[in-house]
Design a protein around this ligand. Structure first.
Ligand code: GLY
Ligand code: MN
Ligand code: MN
Length: 438
């Protein structure tokens, strides 16, 4: 696998160098310094939080565990890696650099964070690093002109990045298969989570986000991250939103299952699944993402009507906000090195922000799709007590079949989420393709 990546990686670095040349020129900077970042210490403790590398660093290097290291780029020169390999017998020390990526870098190995800082070039520097924890001896300046330019271009994934995104999808789908099996075997949420981690062969901290594993009504809590240790008396339904990582790249996958014999809920899942696939098919160059989100509201209104939940037209369900009771989040977001990737609202390479459509406060992507972008498509329908109570108080309440709502409430909700690449022609559905081989 990794030797296949070598030519793609060489091309990726060539692209990043061109982007960095342009970004640095915007502020007349001599050097681009990107910190891997340093671990964050727990308050009053001698333990650190799990280390999460600066995504800018991961864009250049597949080194998810190189705290204190730096990527240094000076236009016209080969990029440099200042790699920290501590003299330490308490912890596992990062391996000496090896693999498909090393040829693209001049590598200096040092033994302390301070030595790494001393090895950085002087001059007019764009220093890309988190402000907290600060790094002694060098100050992050994160120049907005440079950062905006880099964020904008991170939207366009290189073939190397696509290869890693496919890998992250395979990790996730493999683990989703194990999770479904555990659900069907009657496991608790905690048991399902253990099955997921084992199949992914990743720790919870290595995954791109905290898994959502909800049985029955728990599917109605959008970010449900408790893991009940005991199984419910009866498992009727299962919503799992969980991904996988590959060299810092994320997958973000949701599936919903009905237990055998729960036909009405299964039929509702099937309708949401069909709707979801029709939205994923529209991930094409020139498609406005907010328009797709609004379109999804209309289609989901039809689904609610077909299943007898609402009696009004799709048009009036969207206008009156009824669809937002059942679908209260955005259709999706950009994904890449971060599960909610950068630049979802950015107006152009110099910054700016494209506002969300009114009445849709949780949409995370307002741009027009272009080749190279990867977005999630994650419609849902939920039966959320708090939102249903609000709906009961509105005039539209008379056009709701509340007995139907009561019948679906014990199942919590449905979300189906795939990661989809916008290309020059047909979309590439990373998630469905990965499920097909797992
Ligand atoms: N897993 C978080 C999300 O779907 O956005
Ligand atoms: Mn998502
Ligand atoms: Mn998700």
């Amino acid at each position: 696998m990794s030797h296949d990546l070598a030519p793609l990686y060489a091309q990726h670095i060539a692209t990043l160098r061109q982007r960095a040349d342009k970004a640095l020129a915007l502020g007349n900077f001599d050097h681009l310094l990107i910190a891997a970042s340093t671990p964050l210490r727990k308050y009053l403790d001698d333990q650190d939080y799990p280390f999460v590398a600066n995504p800018h660093f991961l864009h250049w290097l597949p080194l998810t565990n190189a705290p204190g290291s730096w990527m240094v780029y000076t236009p016209g020169n080969k990029p440099k890696l200042i790699f920290v390999q501590p003299h330490d017998y308490w912890h596992v020390v990062p391996d000496a650099p090896s693999g498909y990526w090393v040829d693209q870098f001049d590598i200096t190995v040092v033994h302390t964070f301070a030595e790494a800082v001393d090895a950085l070039p002087k001059g007019h520097r764009a220093v890309i690093a988190p402000e907290c924890p600060s790094i002694h001896g060098v100050e992050a300046n994160n120049p907005p002109a440079v950062v905006n330019y880099l964020h904008w271009h991170r939207s366009y994934k290189t073939p190397y990045e696509l290869a890693l995104m496919r890998q992250a999808s395979r990790v996730g789908t493999r683990a989703h298969r194990a999770a479904e099996k555990a659900f069907r075997a009657g496991e608790s949420e905690f048991g399902i989570q253990m099955a997921y981690l084992a199949a992914a062969a990743q720790t919870a901290a290595e995954l791109p986000y905290a898994n959502i594993v909800g049985l029955n009504e728990h599917g109605a809590v959008l970010h449900y991250t408790n893991f009940d240790r005991t199984p419910p008396k009866q498992s009727r339904s299962f919503l799992i939103d969980a991904g996988g990582s590959a060299s810092g790249y994320a997958s973000d996958i949701t599936r919903t299952y009905a237990a055998t014999g729960h036909h009405e809920f299964q039929a509702l899942i099937d309708s949401v699944d069909r709707a979801q696939q029709s939205f994923a098919a529209k991930v094409k160059a020139g498609q406005s993402y907010p328009d797709l989100h609004i379109h999804a509201h209309h289609v989901l209104a039809d689904v609610l009507r077909e299943h007898g939940v609402i009696r009004m037209s799709a048009e009036s369900a969207v206008q009156s906000g009824v669809t937002s009771t059942f679908f209260p989040h955005g259709l999706g977001h950009p994904i890449g090195l971060q599960v909610h990737d950068v630049a979802g609202f950015q107006a152009n390479e110099h910054g700016g922000s494209i506002p969300r459509p009114e009445g849709h406060p949780y949409l995370r992507m307002t741009r027009v799709l272009e080749p190279g972008m990867i977005v999630t498509i994650e419609p849902g329908l939920y039966f959320i007590d708090m939102l249903l109570e609000e709906l009961r108080a509105k005039p539209a309440a008379k056009d709701i079949d509340w007995a139907k709502v009561e019948a679906f409430r014990p199942y919590g909700g449905i979300r189906i989420e795939d990661d989809v690449v916008c290309t020059d022609s047909e979309p590439e559905n990373l998630t469905r393709n990965a499920f097909a081989v797992n």
